[in-house]
Design a protein around this ligand. Structure first.
Ligand code: ZN
Ligand code: ZN
Length: 168
């Protein structure tokens, strides 16, 4: 899906090629393992440079996902984006004693793995529908973004109790 042919570029030192690829990924694994639906096509802007000894690829990935707010449990859409970089060797031998694993450049390079991983890393740890989402009332469960409920407020936050005692 996110595959490009680099057969010509491999023979052209100092050349750079740019690609725009679009594909579909149904869902990403979320932080807790739950699937996060991807609701737009996934876009990849890719630049690959022949740097002599290796191909150097830089990809910018974008997609819209549907998340559940961690405070008010409403679903909302979020545009996520991220960048990856990858190197591919152009010559036979791996660098002696090198500790980084660099794959050999085939004539076709498939970036589907990098695209998926980049999007996964761009998912927020604590999704919020808005930065100042007020969440749900812990007592009656009302969505506090839509108005106040009549439950008693400050149901004893222990930190406030400690401060009050210190003041006395
Ligand atoms: Zn929310
Ligand atoms: Zn309430």
């Amino acid at each position: 899906m996110f595959t490009v042919s680099v057969a010509r570029l491999k023979k052209a030192p100092a050349e750079e090629r740019r690609y725009h690829l679009t594909g579909r990924i149904a869902a990403l694994p979320g932080a807790g393992g739950e699937p996060v639906p991807v609701v737009s096509p996934v876009e990849l802007e890719l630049g690959i440079t022949n740097a002599g000894d290796f191909l150097w690829a830089v990809g910018d990935v974008k997609a819209a996902v549907r998340l559940t707010c961690s405070r008010c449990i409403k679903e909302f859409l979020l545009q996520i984006e991220g960048r990856f970089e990858e190197k591919y060797r152009l010559h036979g031998d791996a660098p002696a004693g090198g500790n980084e694993e660099v794959a050999f450049a085939a004539d076709e390079l498939d970036f589907t793995g990098q695209v998926t991983e980049t999007l996964m890393l761009s998912l927020p740890m604590k999704p919020l529908c808005h930065e100042d989402c007020k969440g749900l009332c812990a007592v009656c469960g009302r969505d506090l973004n839509t108005g106040k409920c009549s439950c008693p407020q400050e149901v004893g936050d222990p930190r406030f109790a400690v401060l009050a005692r210190l003041k006395e």
